[in-house]
Design a protein around this ligand. Structure first.
Ligand SMILES: [Fe+2]
Length: 110
């Protein structure tokens, strides 16, 4: 099984030969490039780390939602201040993880 990457949208699939149609963007098989062994290994090796970054983004989003609920409840100024810090810090964490994933994409690790 080889890895094939669509040169239009970047979708990657495992297949024996290039798919007839890209399931993501609809272009034909002529737009699929077979990844070589080094490129394929890089992609597989990065899969676990990419999944961790995606999980961190999701957890940070949950933190932001929880803090927003806390702010809405408006119990006291001390609580509100903590929730505001959580929102700011969780947003920064999300941006860090997104930037790392964007870097992985540029390096063919996604
Ligand atoms: Fe595509």
């Amino acid at each position: 099984m080889d890895l094939w990457k669509c040169d239009v949208c970047g979708y990657v699939c495992e297949a024996i030969q290039a798919p007839a149609v890209c399931i993501k963007c609809g272009v034909g098989s002529e737009h699929f490039q077979k990844l070589n062994e080094v490129q394929s290994q890089l992609l597989y090796d990065s899969e676990r780390t990419n999944d961790q970054h995606i999980k961190i983004i999701a957890l940070a989003a949950e933190l932001i939602e929880a803090a927003k609920i806390g702010i809405e409840e408006n119990l006291d100024p001390g609580c509100k201040k903590v929730f505001e810090i959580v929102i700011k810090d969780a947003w920064e964490i999300k941006q860090l993880a997104k930037a790392e994933l964007a870097g992985h994409q540029k390096k063919g690790k996604f």
